[in-house]
Design a protein around this ligand. Structure first.
Ligand SMILES: [Zn+2]
Length: 1100
């Protein structure tokens, strides 16, 4: 090869950073060299709404009769009867939340039509919009500058006048304010309403160049990085601003890096590396409510999904997944035609429903049965509409993962789980990306957390690279899922993203320098690949128990009412289902299956991962969720009352109380005085009268109200000499100071003092001590509470006793505490009289009923009990179908991170021979550190709802000391504290025979937690396409779980029904193993913490 002997003009080595920085000039749409560079050529031509190619009119949808924003559907509007107004570019539309419809008539310039070129409609009003054909077919969404182009399909590239309608909602993708309180007075400007004849090659070159320069900038090292910089420089140098054709030359240069196949899906058919490192799947996370109401979500769904249907048409490699069957149901109600189009793309594997649950629910707070129902509702809907259930639980964005999720998934036919939120941990980095997650009972699911740490990737070069390099356990199966597409407020992938991804794959094909990304494989394909390469998962690491999110710990407490009403709704539902099931298999009572189904849908909806946690804007709670849950409770009450009436006859006048729990108990019931028949009362009966209410103690074993003689341990209260009150039933003795705190709680039988009176930094030595903490998190006020505020608090010391009532049945003392000028607490501390026999021991707790006036600013109210339990390093907190263990110490950062945790009906701190539980009936936040037990009561975060929790609150909790460690007695007592006996005037024999229909005996830790009718019984089935069971049979479904963590045995007994067969099924009630029925009972056996479902098939 020849070589010059003399160097006349020396060559300089480019200065890397200067050459790299200069590359930005080429496609900078807003830069000062725009007219000299590529943006000059983006359009051939453009006409706008101010030219005679357009007629543009607008109509503001009037508010409804209550003055609220109306959102009528296309089909409900008579477009011919509207008084249209002229609309122009630059006009403002608003205020926030309102709806406008544009009527758009356009005429495409005829010379454009000869060119066989793409034609765009560009619309940008800075808010969300949806364009419809004049006949009402929704085509595609707009969302301001980020999504402004509608690429006309061929059937729309025609001459003459064409009419479209375009609906805009006066909100952005994130409502009307992000994180803060929404701006109620926002207006949106019509920036563009244009027809565009684009230079497609120039726009493609922009994308080519984007990826090549990202490669040059973002690759850490290696020759490819510099090759990319060189090619980008050559492209700039080859570009001639006076010659549009130079664009083609530039694109040819780009092929050196991108390869020749990027203008079609062909690029994915070439695989020189012979491997897939990253599976790309489109999605658009639509929060079912958050910074916007449910009503707007219904429109976000159709906006987002029609857009994705259009993309699926244009990009054959594209697969889109959508979760939350509630959203599919709304779509079916509002736009059945769009659901039909989705089903077409479902058959070609491009639009895939996923997830299995009704909504993407919170997993911390819903009760166990609720979590099962999330899946039962979701999976059955999927089977009904799409013919098959989901195999993946899809929950990218939720605030922590309770320890029984893997078991509940497995019980719902799901073995794979996807989430992402854990990358938000603000203390420790979670160590795994692909792993087995093991539940309390040992059930496991295969988990993947997308390594790019987002479910809303923009599909940039960096997202593709991070999907592999940030994988936490690359040694196992080195592949990652890339979830791309705008999300949270919906939206989903854009054309541009799919173009960028084609180029990323081109780079991998050509250079091998970046992970090989693939499109066209499903999420299930991804998991199958992981299983294949990991010996069916056996080689993957395991995470056992709760996956605690180290963030958003305030969500266990914020918006107290949604949490309280959720607990109440779940309990009322439990009671109704039990009663209705027994009545419907023993009488002519008709099981209200449609009503029950609809109520479950509402309950499940309100468990969405921003709704139940309390992180939505106020509008969601005050206009939608609170009325919805209040209606749920009211409907449940009235259905239960109807069912009780069906059981009773008008001549029945005995005071009865229906016990919906599977064990005997004694508890107080309340009846209105004027509804009581005079004959039922006599002087012997133990009673407390308050206004027109009478309280009795009902014993379910004796099936009657207790008489005074039954109370072997009557309650009483008396004032001791030193301004201390003694509340006692001779089993428990509580000493309460005149300031309303608990100075002593003494267990007489076990000779044990419960309250540790030592004065420390965190304790004044009293129980029931209210503590007011500052609550100023770094970010996200409704979501977060931070550890530093554990050090900034004051005790509420100046309480006052306002009244005292001594009664053998229930004695009490009422105390008040001032919190501030506008806030205060009134607490009734009470103790019941006891019979001292067996089961009643279990309900011997000191109860606190609080009425709070709460008008605080960034304060957190908690109540604490320092107890004489010293040795446990772990405390136990009730969770769904079991208990979760958390440290009581601060040894490591992982322990410190759990400074506030979620629990259900009880938390427990126990030494081997004695323990203390705190019970509650509507609270979820808790913490036990050292010997200090704290229950979180109320927060006062000011964003995104500045009125959150302001006003009056009522809640109850109790302290329950017990012999031995956590035991079945605690589980039962916590249930009793939540599930009230249902008083009615009836006949105790009828009540007993009804409740005897199905009973459980055996090990004490077994809980018969739910009774319902089988989903597909002919008188129950509400599904259109799922066949009903034979009319000759009916079935009862009974859920039993083991509550303490030990293999257990028991028996289910049947009475008054003709049992044909008993099956142990999964939670979806699919047929399973048959059990032997012997003497009208079946023996059952459960693993520790197992959730078991039994289907008892009977003759109808
Ligand atoms: Zn979300």
């Amino acid at each position: 090869m020849s070589y010059s002997t003399i160097n006349l003009q020396p060559t300089f080595k480019p200065i890397d950073n200067l050459f790299l920085d200069r590359l930005r000039h080429f496609d900078d749409g807003g830069g000062q060299y725009r007219s000299q560079n590529l943006p000059k050529f983006y359009d051939y031509d453009r006409v706008d709404s101010e030219t005679d190619h357009f007629d543009l009119k607008v109509w503001r949808v009037p508010d409804d009769k209550n003055g609220k924003t109306a959102r009528p559907l296309f089909k409900d509007i008579d477009f011919d009867k509207i008084d249209w107004e002229d609309a122009h570019k630059g006009n403002m539309y608003g205020p926030s939340w309102k709806t406008f419809w544009f009527k758009i008539d356009w005429r495409i310039p005829e010379d454009w039509l000869l060119k066989k070129n793409d034609i765009y409609f560009e619309f940008n009003c800075d808010c969300e919009g949806l364009i419809y054909l004049r006949k009402g077919v929704p085509l595609q969404a707009f969302s301001g500058g980020g999504r402004a182009i509608f690429n006309l399909t061929d059937d729309l590239k025609i001459a003459g006048n064409q009419r479209f309608y375009l609906e805009i909602a006066c909100n952005g993708m994130f409502g009307n304010g992000d994180q803060g309180v929404p701006d109620e007075n926002r207006y949106f400007r019509l920036n563009s309403c244009d027809l565009v004849l684009p230079d497609v090659e120039a726009r493609r070159l922009h994308l080519d160049y984007w990826e090549i320069t990202d490669l040059a900038r973002e690759l850490d090292h290696g020759a490819t990085k510099f090759q990319a910089a060189l090619i980008a420089t050559q492209i700039m140098e080859a570009f001639d601003p006076n010659d549009r054709k130079s664009v083609l030359k530039c694109r040819k240069l780009a092929q050196q890096i991108l390869g020749p196949d990027i203008d079609s899906d062909e690029v994915y058919h070439q695989n020189p590396l012979n491997r897939i490192d990253v599976y790309g799947v489109g999605n658009c996370h639509i929060d079912t409510a958050w910074l916007w109401p449910f009503a707007e979500t219904r429109r976000k769904i159709v906006r987002s999904w029609t857009t994705q249907l259009k993309l699926a048409e244009e990009y054959p490699e594209y697969i889109f997944v959508a979760s939350q069957m509630q959203q599919f149901k709304w779509l079916k109600q509002d736009h059945p035609d769009v659901l039909k189009r989705i089903k077409e793309k479902f058959t070609t594997n491009q639009f895939l429903p996923i997830g299995g649950s009704w909504v993407e629910n919170d997993t911390n707070m819903p009760g166990g049965e609720s979590l099962i129902r999330q899946f039962l509702l979701g999976q059955k809907w999927l089977i009904d509409e799409f013919g098959a259930p989901s195999t993946v639980f899809w929950l990218p964005d939720t605030f922590g993962y309770s320890s029984q999720i893997p078991q509940i998934c497995q019980q719902s036919g799901i073995a794979k789980f996807l989430t992402q939120k854990l990358s938000w941990n603000n203390i420790n980095s979670f160590p795994l990306s692909t792993f087995n997650w093991k539940a309390l009972d040992g059930s496991q699911v295969l988990v993947h957390m997308p390594p790019a740490n987002t479910y809303t990737a923009e599909a940039n070069f960096g997202d593709v690279v991070r999907s592999l390099v940030q994988h936490k356990n690359l040694r196992d199966v080195p592949t990652g899922l890339l979830l791309f597409g705008e999300g949270d407020g919906g939206g989903g992938p854009k054309e541009e993203m799919l173009e960028k991804l084609r180029r990323c794959r081109g780079i991998a094909n050509t250079t091998g320098a970046i992970p090989s990304l693939h499109l066209g494989k499903t999420v299930e394909d991804f998991y199958e690949n992981v299983l294949e390469r990991s010996n069916h998962g056996a080689n993957l690491p395991t995470w056992t128990g709760e996956i605690y999110l180290e963030f958003h710990r305030g969500t266990y407490t914020t918006q107290a009412n949604v949490k309280k009403w959720m607990r109440f709704s779940e309990i009322k539902m439990h009671d109704l289902e039990l009663l209705a099931t027994f009545l419907s298999v023993t009488s002519d009572y008709k099981y209200p299956s449609k009503e029950i189904h609809d109520l479950w849908e509402d309950i499940a909806l309100c468990q969405f991962h921003d709704v139940l946690p309390g992180s939505c804007i106020g509008m969601v709670y005050y206009e939608e969720v609170f009325p919805m849950l209040q209606k749920v409770m009211k409907t449940l009450d009235s259905l239960t009352e109807k069912a009780l009436k069906h059981m009773n006859q008008s001549k029945d006048t005995e005071i009865c109380a229906l016990n919906t729990l599977p064990w005997q108990r004694v508890d107080l019931i309340e009846l209105k005085e004027n509804e009581l028949p005079a004959t039922t009362l006599n002087d012997e009966i133990a009673v407390v009268t308050e206004n027109d209410i009478k309280k009795f103690a009902y014993c379910t074993k004796l099936e009657r109200v207790l008489s005074k003689n039954d109370l072997k341990f009557p309650a009483s209260i008396k004032k001791l000499h030193n301004d201390v009150y003694l509340l006692s039933n001779n089993l428990l003795e509580a000493k309460i100071t005149k300031n309303g705190v608990l100075k002593s709680l003494y267990d007489v039988k076990n000779d044990r003092e419960i309250i540790d009176t030592t004065k420390t930094k965190q304790s004044l030595g009293f129980g029931n001590q209210f503590v007011l903490f500052d609550d100023e998190p770094l970010t996200y006020p409704a979501w977060d509470t931070e550890i530093y505020n554990l050090n900034t608090f004051r005790f509420l010391e100046e309480g006052e006793v306002v009244s005292v009532v001594s009664n053998a049945l229930e004695s009490k003392i009422v105390v008040t505490h001032t919190i501030s000028e506008s806030s205060s607490i009134e607490t009734t501390i009470s103790l019941k009289g006891a019979t001292g026999e067996g089961d009643t021991d279990e309900d011997n707790y000191l109860k606190f009923s609080c009425n709070v006036k709460w008008h605080e600013f960034y304060k957190f109210l908690k109540v604490q009990f320092p107890v004489t339990i010293y040795t446990p390093q772990f405390a136990l907190y009730e969770t769904q179908f079991g208990v979760t263990q958390r440290p009581t110490h601060w040894n490591t950062t992982w322990d410190i991170a759990k400074f506030e945790v979620c629990h259900h009906k009880f938390m427990d701190l126990s030494e081997h021979n004695y323990g203390v539980s705190i019970l509650n009936s509507s609270k979820y936040g808790a913490a036990i550190h050292g010997n200090l037990m704290r229950l979180s009561l109320l927060r006062s975060a000011k964003a995104p709802d500045d009125k959150a929790d302001m006003g009056e609150h009522h809640f109850e909790y109790a302290i329950y000391p017990h012999k031995g460690p956590l035991n079945a007695g605690v589980v039962k007592t916590a249930h009793n504290f939540n599930y009230k006996l249902l008083p009615h005037l009836g006949d105790s024999k009828k009540q007993k025979s009804l409740l005897d229909t199905l009973t459980l005996t055996g090990d004490e830790s077994l809980v018969l937690s739910s009774i319902k009718r089988a989903e597909h019984d002919s008188d129950v089935n509400i599904y259109e396409n799922i066949e009903s069971n034979s009319k000759d049979t009916k079935a009862i479904v009974a859920r039993v779980y083991e509550s303490l963590g030990g293999s257990s045995k028991g028996k289910l007994h049947f009475k008054g029904i003709k049992v044909l067969k008993v099956l142990k099924t999964n939670a979806m009630e699919d047929d399973g193993e048959e059990l032997d029925v012997v003497d009208n009972s079946v023996a059952i056996k459960l693993r520790g913490f197992e959730i078991a479902t039994y289907k008892i098939i009977i003759r109808a």
